[in-house]
Design a protein around this ligand. Structure first.
Ligand code: 2BA
Length: 108
């Protein structure tokens, strides 16, 4: 058995979740925060048999969109002490996916 750990953007959660449910995959969603942007995102945990991993990855690939984010970068200060910012563009997504071997699984 495998555990697919997937980080997706919150905006893609409904599409991804519906597609996984429609195909009969069970999953847990966890609210998470990206370390770089410090903005909310979602982590999905999907437990599947090894031969189903590619189907899950394909669903996530289809559901997850790439988007632009803009983050402030301090570039200096004005004479009266106000901080000046420039915004830099960062591309986020689709999905960041890890596939982990599961040593043991049971529901009691
Ligand atoms: P964040 O850490 O907030 O990163 C958001 C986006 O910022 C990243 O998009 C990437 O384009 C950029 N970024 C991240 N770290 C950077 C750095 N040190 N320098 C320049 N740009 C940087 P994605 O790569 O699509 O990642 C989206 C989210 O997926 C991440 O949000 C994080 O929550 C998760 N993630 C990505 N790679 C990961 C990893 N190796 N381990 C754990 N989580 C990861």
């Amino acid at each position: 058995m495998k555990l697919v750990v997937a980080n997706i953007q919150d905006q893609d959660l409904e599409t991804a979740g519906n597609a996984l449910t429609d195909r009969g995959f069970r999953f847990t969603r966890i609210g998470s925060t990206g370390g770089f942007l410090r903005q909310g995102n979602t982590t999905l945990l999907v437990g599947v048999e090894a031969d189903q991993v590619s189907a899950v990855v394909e669903i996530l690939r289809t559901a997850s969109k790439r988007r632009q984010r803009y983050i402030p970068l301090a570039t200096g200060t004005t004479p009266n002490g106000m901080t000046l910012y420039n915004y830099i563009e960062v591309e986020v997504g689709g999905a960041t996916i890890f596939v982990i071997d599961v040593d043991h699984f049971e529901q009691v």
